[in-house]
Design a protein around this ligand. Structure first.
Ligand code: ASP
Length: 350
């Protein structure tokens, strides 16, 4: 039972319904995404399809190991996201897209639904796990959001692993930058110091002719009924001028609130997701009585009307995850104490 029931008759109905909710819902639950976009069956080879599914499964395994052993939703979403940050398939941590200047600038956020604490970082260049930095901001600083070199310095000061910026380099993302800048008629920057020689990296990822976001995120409910959300990204290819998207903006790309009964992580056109305050709005819809799926779908439709494509994962207090998208695909997965792990890529998969 997720609340302490007294013998008071006045509480009977509440206790009964809580016990009932637990009987029918999972004790813990986790959902993840690895970005949304134009992802069609024809755009992935069977090997690439399998590689993405294996990566998603690995992230579910990491998060569910935490939840299964009684760990917190916060630890679970961090574990799942960190694994995807290390995976070059995703646009977060290693494998992040490049800025027009040829750098990787990383954004991330976490939020704890049980007490509304939150932390975020933007424009990191040397911290290996941006989601860990976001959590450190939340737990070990008096602030909510840190940016740029100051954020990296803070992360280093609390002992988080620092890497050479070349650590984040992938050939595929570099070629994506070259293509984007060439199409835009903009200058191509020098290949970054520390990057492997051209052709040195084996590529399992799809070719670059599809429009796809690739941000990663996770939402979870733990066996104490706590909700949490985390999101991490390299942002948009060829971004300039210190551009920051929705991911580290609490309420846009990331939000969690036990009071509202929701945890949300988004992926998509950040500029529109910020303007639509996607994650907070979904929680407000749920607080107002909407089901998680309906709330996610309505909000994604609103962002779409503004001009922004993408997707969201939503976790409710019942432990039933919801996925909504306005794109042809979203790398995603879910697992709970009652349901085996499942992963999906294309919009028409269950
Ligand atoms: N939402 C991210 C951003 O705008 C991009 C993504 O989801 O891939 O930075």
């Amino acid at each position: 039972m997720r609340i302490a029931c007294s013998g008071l008759i006045a509480l009977f109905a509440l206790c009964f319904s809580s016990a009932h909710a637990q009987d029918v819902g999972p004790q813990w639950s986790l959902a993840i995404h690895g970005g949304a976009g134009v992802i069609e069956r024809s755009s992935l080879t069977p090997e690439q399809d399998a590689a993405y599914r294996a990566a998603l499964q690995g992230a579910l395994d990491a998060g569910s190991a935490v939840l299964e052993s009684g760990g917190s939703a916060l630890d679970a979403v961090q574990a799942a996201v960190q694994l995807m940050e290390d995976d070059p398939l995703f646009n977060a941590g290693r494998g992040a897209v490049f800025t027009a200047a040829g750098r990787n600038e990383l954004d991330a956020a976490v939020m704890n639904g049980s007490d509304l604490t939150a932390g975020s970082v933007a424009g990191l260049t040397t911290t290996r796990h941006p989601v860990a930095a976001a959590r450190a901001v939340m737990e070990r600083s008096p602030h909510v959001m840190l940016i740029g070199s100051g954020a990296d310095a803070f992360a280093a000061s609390v002992g988080l692993e620092q890497v050479d910026p070349g650590f984040f380099f992938t050939e595929r993302r570099w070629q994506g930058l070259v293509k984007a800048l060439t199409e835009a008629g903009q200058p191509i920057p020098e290949r970054p110091a520390g990057a492997p020689l051209p052709g040195a990296q084996a590529e399992v990822a799809p070719p670059l002719n599809e429009k796809k976001f690739g941000t990663v995120g996770a939402v979870a409910l733990d066996n104490q009924g706590r909700l949490a959300a985390a999101t991490s990204t390299g942002g948009m290819t060829a971004k300039r001028w210190g551009r920051v998207g929705d991911v580290p903006i609490i309420g846009a790309g990331t939000y969690a609130s036990n009071a509202d009964g929701c945890a949300v992580s988004a992926t998509g056109d950040g500029e529109y997701f910020i303007r639509a305050t996607v994650a907070r709005d979904i929680c407000a819809r749920i607080a107002g009585g909407a089901a998680t799926q309906a709330a996610g779908q309505a909000e994604i439709a609103d962002a779409d009307r503004l001009g922004g494509k993408g997707g969201v994962i939503v976790m409710g207090l019942d432990g039933r995850p919801a996925f909504a998208m306005s794109t042809s695909g979203m790398y995603r997965g879910a697992v709970s104490s009652t349901d085996p792990a499942r992963v999906a890529i294309y919009a028409d998969e269950p």
